[in-house]
Design a protein around this ligand. Structure first.
Ligand code: RIB
Ligand code: CA
Length: 313
């Protein structure tokens, strides 16, 4: 079976970096490009980390297009470094990348690449959706040209992780999310409701490091700060593999329980800004616009992640 062609719009970011590795370790997937965005850390570092990750994995043939440095309306989030470290990839140290991003802006790259291959590209947004929102506004035709869109973001029945109600990627640029949710693109949403059930534990990392390899050491070093954050602020051992879980839609869809609902995002500007909600009771009379993952076999996904990292190692 031909691999699924994907573009990952990303703010690396520890779990973004693990997503890039998992995609490269998965024969079901062909990464066409990475587009970078502000988010966990500033655009300079997310772009550097994207280039560095590809070089680390001997995949520098994959183009990187640099994207937006600011949200559409909201102020720039500047708290990501307590979760992802000052570098954005925890305690992992990667050489300064030799490769450079392509000259085209991520917005223009997305438009050109998606229109050139109608119904072939699946886009994964695993950071704030500023680039995609502006691409839709600049060229609305990409909405019907995209084969699909998989979003890591949102909190449906779950509480938030950046405010008591909102999830980070959504809250970082809720106006961008509103454009995307109402674009007509076929969307699958991977919210905190399922990603918090996919905890990579210290035991998993120790098991992986039985293999003496740069990949195993990268996973250990990159997740060190991430693990400390969750221990300190949420009181559990391990770190949720938020972004990597999006790839389960291709490599292990049987692990996810998806339901179609009308889903929207609060952009009213008050305390609940960035909250995503599903109209389970169908009171809005709106047609379902999103497939939402509401359950997952979390440990099975972690096992799959470790197996693929062991193969890559
Ligand atoms: O809420 C989790 C999301 O926020 C992930 O994409 C993580 O990388 C951060 O960007
Ligand atoms: Ca991310």
């Amino acid at each position: 079976m031909n691999p699924t062609q994907i573009i990952i719009d990303t703010d690396p970011g520890v779990d973004d970096a693990l997503t890039i590795l998992l995609a490269l370790a998965s024969p079901e997937i062909q990464i066409e490009a990475l587009t970078t965005v502000h988010g966990n850390i500033g655009i300079e570092k997310t772009t550097r980390n994207a280039l560095a990750m590809l070089e680390f994995a001997n995949a520098s043939h994959i183009p990187v297009a640099r994207g937006c440095s600011l949200p559409l309306v909201s102020p720039l989030n500047k708290s990501g470094d307590i979760v992802h470290g000052a570098s954005g990839i925890g305690k992992a140290v990667l050489p300064e990348p030799k490769s450079k991003p392509i000259s085209q802006h991520a917005i223009d790259y997305l438009i050109e690449r998606i229109l050139a291959a109608p119904q072939e590209i699946t886009l994964f947004t695993i950071g704030p959706m500023t680039n995609l929102a502006l691409a839709i506004r600049k060229e609305p035709r990409i909405a019907e040209a995209l084969k699909g869109l998989v979003i890591m973001g949102g909190a449906i029945r779950s509480g938030g992780n950046i405010t008591p109600l909102a999830e980070f990627n959504i809250h970082a640029d809720p106006h961008a999310v509103h454009i995307v949710f109402h674009s007509g693109i076929p969307i699958t949403l991977i919210p905190l409701d399922v990603t918090y059930k996919c905890l990579l534990t210290t035991a998993d990392v120790e098991r992986l490091n039985r293999i003496d390899s740069p990949v195993a050491r990268f996973v250990r070093d990159a997740t060190a700060v991430y693990m400390d954050f969750y221990k300190k602020y949420e009181g559990f051992d391990g770190c949720p593999l938020h972004d990597p879980l999006t790839l389960a839609t291709i490599i292990a869809p049987e692990l996810l329980t998806l339901e179609e609902h009308y889903v929207d995002v609060d952009i009213s500007g008050g305390i609940s800004t960035g909250k995503t909600f599903a109209d389970f009771m169908k009171v809005s009379k709106q047609p379902a616009n999103i497939k939402v993952a509401l359950d997952v076999r979390g440990r099975d996904f972690i096992e799959l992640f470790i197996e693929r990292m062991e193969k890559l190692a």
